[in-house]
Design a protein around this ligand. Sequence first.
Ligand SMILES: [Zn+2]
Length: 470
Amino acid sequence: MNLPKSILISGGRVIDPANGFDAVADLLILDGKISALGPTAAAKAPPRTDRFAAGGLVVCPGLIDLHTPLREPGQSAKETIATGTAAAARGGFASVVCMPNTSPAIDNAGTVALIRERAEREGTVNVFVAGAITKNIAGEELAPIGSLKQAGVIAITDDGHCVQNHELMRRALEYANMFDLPVMDHCQDYSLVTDGVMHEGYWSAALGLRGWPSCGEELIVARNILLAQLTGARVHCQHLSAAGSVQLLREARSRGVPISAEACPHHFTLTDTVLAGSDTFWSGDGQNILSPPREEWPRWPSYDTNFKMNPPLRSAADRAAIIEGLADGTIEIIGSDHAPHCNYEKEVEFDYAPFGIVGFETELALSLMQLYHSSRLSLSGLIAKFTAAPARLLRLPLKGNFSPGSDGDVTVFAPDEEWVFDAADSPGKSRNSPFSGWTLKGRAKAVIVRGGIVFAGEPAGQVAACSVAQ
Ligand SMILES: [Zn+2]
């Protein structure tokens, strides 16, 4: 990263949810920091400042994706810090939080240092590190949480796995609380889920696939609420998929329990009917998705492994509950759970394919489509879920806002631009997206990290012009 720099972003609709700002304005970044917003910004820009014309575009604090397995070290055939962060920038993200389910796991200070050093050298965007809750993410013995914190982790999680021993989880929460770290949990009760591969319901029976019941998630969400209440620690439930989980969260938050949650675009866009093939989906649950005319609908076969993720896609009622939770603030944050896998790993029978999909480049558009273009959230309300809310959870006061002195991280996007996503075009290494070929609405146009442009997409028609003058 060639940072920090100065830049004047002019004429865009600046939306800064943390400060309640939403107006056409100029934004000045000096030496990598937010310097001025509004009528004085242009006058304050020193000569030879880089300029970015953002007319017709939305300018917001650099988006944060707090749930991103980057696969390095150990699985660099799937993704690396360099390719993953390039894909993140293409999707509009200025900061990502990498998950510790690498090989070796991020369960010691040395691995944290390795990733931070590599991210600084090879990363396109900011990389924050989440450490493991337990050694080797095995769920048996606590990782050295204090030294992980000292090494710079901003949260702990065993993502991909879930600590099954409640007493051990209680101790993890107590330690995390001492170090003021949020504990992010992949909520999955192993004894209920066993080897389920899709949502347990009508379609798992019809397709003959083993079911992953909603209560396998809800039970751990309930456990986390009780332990957050007991310990006072901040618990964050990752990638909620089930209606019952949202209901539990809503009730607990109304009582002030320190618990939060995120949702992923695939869970609030798709349902389990996708596994019966595209015709079944588009003629049923797909009908209330903003989509092109019938003859242009993307097609896929039944049992397509690009629709296999953990937790699984659930029913239309679950999808509606996740959307309702996002709309009423029960779910404060959106994350991708960007999970790259090689083609050969996914090109196997459904039972044997790994869970997970890539998500960086479709995340913003799907969120805009399902939440903003469908009038469930304002643009500012949606942006908050990618900026102010994750920055608050992760204690990153200089991220996610345009307050003077904050880091000069900016995302510029065209909320109404329609485009067709092609997974083969991605700068990421993996292609496992169920959204390839979809017409999406809303697209990132530029990402600025500490004042330096790290991604500048194609201008949107005549309204956007990117001119960088040295
Ligand atoms: Zn997970």
